[in-house]
Design a protein around this ligand. Structure first.
Ligand code: SAM
Length: 303
């Protein structure tokens, strides 16, 4: 075994439980992102269920690990394989599930398997690691506190536009996975549905040689990607910024923001309450201040 991976495997020193399904994340590009626990689980598993056995076989051989048994579990046979996995677990086998890359069940097979295994009363244990959504968000620099993960947008433009329109006034970031051959069409749908100024980040080829982050207003990002065919290759995550706060319109504020403002405004001067709420939630300070003033006037209290 490659010395560094052998050392990593050695460092895990973990005995896994029999009769348990382990859901194991794998790297999304850079093989060094594997965890010691993941390596140890592959080494000890009686069965490794993989989306594509060739892809996982290649990954395991890069770590110089030979799985005892490698079987295919993909979307089209997931229900059937779940029954088989339950039988193995009942026999006391240790089973690992992986997808081609990243975290299983995140725009990948795995959720149905876990649902069935839990329903049959067997333990399920996650071994965390890379996922493109979290990797992209971690280095995005967007400051909104909440995000919606959508996964892949619909392939047809009409459906895609309908989906995009639901985020017109979204107070949260929205993260989508996108195929490279659809990136230009999707960006142009974002421009038409969410407006040319909505900020969007393209996060491409994460953890790989051509890793790229680019955050621009949607129309500028569309022009930049259209002008460079290299940006239309590889694996892509899109992060759509939250809609800009609308002045004086408390309907655009999420419930939890209003609750925080109310609690702080009851204890602090209005300005300070608005300012703190803005720092906590990312909402517009001026809008919060006006709203807190209206609320205080309504209740007859003063600073
Ligand atoms: N389960 C995976 C995860 O946890 O991220 C996602 C699997 S999904 C079938 C594959 C999509 O994830 C790609 O089309 C791309 O949108 C995104 N993705 C995966 N790896 C990526 C990477 N290295 N850079 C950017 N996006 C990536």
């Amino acid at each position: 075994m490659h010395a560094s991976f052998a050392h990593l495997l050695e460092s895990a020193k973990e005995s896994f439980s029999s009769g348990t399904l382990y859901v194991v994340a794998t790297p999304i590009g850079n093989l060094n992102d594997i965890s010691a626990r993941a390596l140890a689980s592959f080494n000890q598993a009686d069965i490794v269920c993989a989306e594509d056995t060739r892809v996982t076989g290649q990954m395991l051989s890069a770590y110089h690990i030979h799985a005892k048994r490698l079987v295919s579990l993909r979307e089209h046979n997931e229900r059937h394989m779940a029954e088989q996995v339950i039988r193995w677990l009942a026999e006391g086998k240790m089973v690992v599930q992986v997808s081609d890359a990243g975290t299983p069940a995140i725009s990948d097979p795995g959720a149905r398997l876990v649902e069935a295994v839990r329903a049959a009363g067997h333990p399920v244990c996650p071994l965390p690691g890379a996922s493109a959504v979290i990797t992209a968000l971690s280095a995005s620099g967007f400051t909104a506190n909440s995000f919606l993960f959508h996964g892949f947008l619909p392939a047809k433009s009409g459906e895609r536009r309908k989906t995009l329109l639901t985020w017109l006034n979204a107070p949260h970031l929205t993260v989508c996975y996108e195929a490279p051959h659809r990136i230009v069409d999707t960006l142009s749908d974002i421009v038409s549905e969410l407006g040319p100024e909505r900020r969007v980040m393209l996060a491409r080829e994460l953890t790989k040689t051509f890793e790229t982050f680019r955050s621009l207003p949607a129309n500028e990002l569309l022009a930049w990607v259209s002008a460079d065919s290299n940006q239309q290759r590889g694996e892509i995550v899109l992060i759509i910024d939250a809609a800009p706060a609308r002045d004086g319109d408390d309907d655009s504020l999420p419930e939890h923001t209003l609750r925080i403002l109310k609690l702080l405004a009851a204890e602090l001067p209005t300005k300070q309450a608005a300012s703190l709420t803005a720092s906590i939630t990312g909402a517009n300070r001026k809008q919060l201040y006006e709203l807190a003033l209206q609320q205080k006037q309504g209740t007859g209290s003063a600073d």
